[in-house]
Ligand binder design. Structure first.
Ligand code: NDP
Length: 450
């Protein structure tokens, strides 16, 4: 590796010693971009990488709210405006008890390259809270969202920073936050949030976009390697927004999804997962995946065990789609998947595969669709929602879906071209990092030392 890159990694480690997810994300990118850095010695002179790893701005705030028992609760709120070289900061909000600065910084850092890969005019940002939506009443969710937005509204705007959803933040939460923003600002600034409801300037196909996009990318990657999805067995971790629509599209391409999960465990249905039932349990009842096996008695439920790898990765499959959370597949899980004959991994979640597991997959010639490229369909469609909002019109489902498909095809092409240019074979992980980096680095160089 270039000495310059090594120095930046070491300095970042020293300055952010306790932020392990953030350091993992930085390391994962910086260890793959050496060929581009070598071609541009001016990046070192301009301290481009030192600036790239440092967020332009971090906002941290208190979120007090009153629960249904009348008790005051206090959560932490975050927004990281990481890099605005390519456009207004863009990236989701995550509400999950595990959220801390390290997680928000890792997500924001990844978002820079992902957004660059879409080819659209959007910078990288991310935010969220350690608020746990599980078990909260609708009223409590609304109270929390309103308090969160009371502070966040000072820092966002359709030309400045445009948040969207992520884990724990879906249409309901975006609705409450948009309502509060509109009330405080006293104007209808539709483009300030994406993932809005269809009745108030949301985009058709935004809900489906990340999952569908993942499968479009997978289709392209398989095609380039003379494979396809038909009759392939698929396992998907998670059963939230990304997982559900990845499952829906995988079925449309003739694949059979046999397992899905949540944080408690996974279900295995050898006849193929009944997606309508999953949607009812997860989207309507907001229940647990275990309930699937109560209805479908032929299905099996495997509970996750404390300190053990998630049960789902022991199930035999051709294609594995981690769509839950970071570091979901570690080296042991990767070994199990390879042993069971997996041919491709599609990262729907952000950073779902540890660095050791990525290396293991690549060493074993498993095709790996990296998150920055493969799950970029969500943010790309958010950018399409922003365009529709600016033009005050709305495209049909088919129009948005077609644009999404084209974007995913182009992202794959850009990975493939980059991989050919740098002679990377099927290492799409390095190719995606390099392609994203080149675009953002060019814009940063043009804009001078800021
Ligand atoms: P949702 O909240 O809709 O669903 C998350 C799913 O993952 C749930 O099934 C949840 O289970 C599971 N999960 C969450 N945390 C854990 C954990 N610690 N261990 C095991 N399972 C867990 O989120 P999304 O589907 O929106 O997001 C999933 C992933 O995709 C995230 O990594 C997100 O960053 C990424 N992503 C999302 C995009 C989007 O458009 N929504 C865009 C690009 C990436 P449980 O209910 O038990 O918590």
């Amino acid at each position: 590796m270039e000495a310059y890159l090594e120095k930046v990694i070491n300095d970042t480690r020293a300055k952010n010693a306790h932020e392990k997810e953030f350091l993992q994300a930085v390391e994962e990118v910086l260890t793959t971009i050496a060929p581009a850095v070598k071609r541009h010695p001016e990046y070192k002179e301009m301290a481009l990488l030192e600036r790239l790893v440092e967020p332009e701005r971090i906002i941290m705030f208190r979120v007090p709210w009153i629960d249904d028992k009348g008790q005051i609760q206090v959560n932490k709120g975050y927004r990281v405006q990481y890099n605005g070289a390519l456009g207004p900061y863009k990236g989701g909000l995550r509400f999950h008890p595990s959220v801390n600065l390290s997680i928000i910084k890792f997500l924001g850092f990844e978002q820079i390259f992902k957004n660059a890969l879409t080819g659209l005019p959007i910078g990288g940002g991310k935010g969220g809270s350690d608020f746990d939506p599980k078990g909260k009443s609708d009223n409590e969710i609304m109270k929390f969202c309103q308090s969160f937005m009371l502070e966040l509204q000072r820092h966002i705007g359709h030309n400045l920073d445009v948040p969207a959803g992520d884990i724990g933040v879906g249409g309901r939460e975006i609705g409450y936050m948009f309502g509060q923003y509109r009330r405080i600002r006293n104007q209808y600034e539709a483009g300030v949030l994406t993932g809005k409801g269809l009745d108030y300037w949301g985009s058709l196909a935004r809900k489906e976009a990340t999952g569908y996009g993942l499968i479009y990318f997978m289709r392209e990657m398989l095609k380039a390697n003379n494979l396809d999805m038909k009759d392939k067995t698929v396992i998907i971790s998670g059963s939230g927004n990304v997982a559900i629509y990845a499952c829906e599209k995988a079925y449309q391409y003739g694949a059979k999804v046999v397992a899905m999960s949540d944080s408690n465990g996974c279900i295995y249905d050898e006849n193929g997962i009944d997606l309508a039932l999953i949607k009812e349990i997860k989207e309507i009842k907001r229940g647990r995946i275990k309930e699937y096996a109560d209805v479908k008695t032929n299905a099996k439920y495997y509970e996750n065990k404390e300190g053990m790898e998630p049960a789902i990765w022991s199930i035999k499959a051709d294609i594995a789609l981690p769509c839950a959370t970071q570091n979901d597949i570690n080296l042991n899980s990767a070994k199990k998947l390879v042993e069971n004959g997996v041919i491709a991994i599609g990262e729907g979640a952000n950073m779902p595969t540890t660095i050791e597991a990525i290396k293991y997959f690549l060493d074993n010639k498993i095709l790996l669709a990296p998150a920055k490229a493969a799950n970029a369909g969500g943010v790309a469609t958010s950018a399409l929602e922003m365009s529709q909002n600016s033009m005050r019109l709305s495209w049909t489902f088919e129009e948005v879906d077609q644009k999404l498909d084209n974007i995913m095809v182009n992202i794959f092409k850009s990975c493939e071209e980059t991989s050919k240019f740098y002679d990377l074979g099927t290492n799409y992980v390095a190719a995606a990092n390099l392609a994203g980096f080149r675009r953002v680095a060019k814009a940063m160089r043009a804009q001078g030392v800021i």
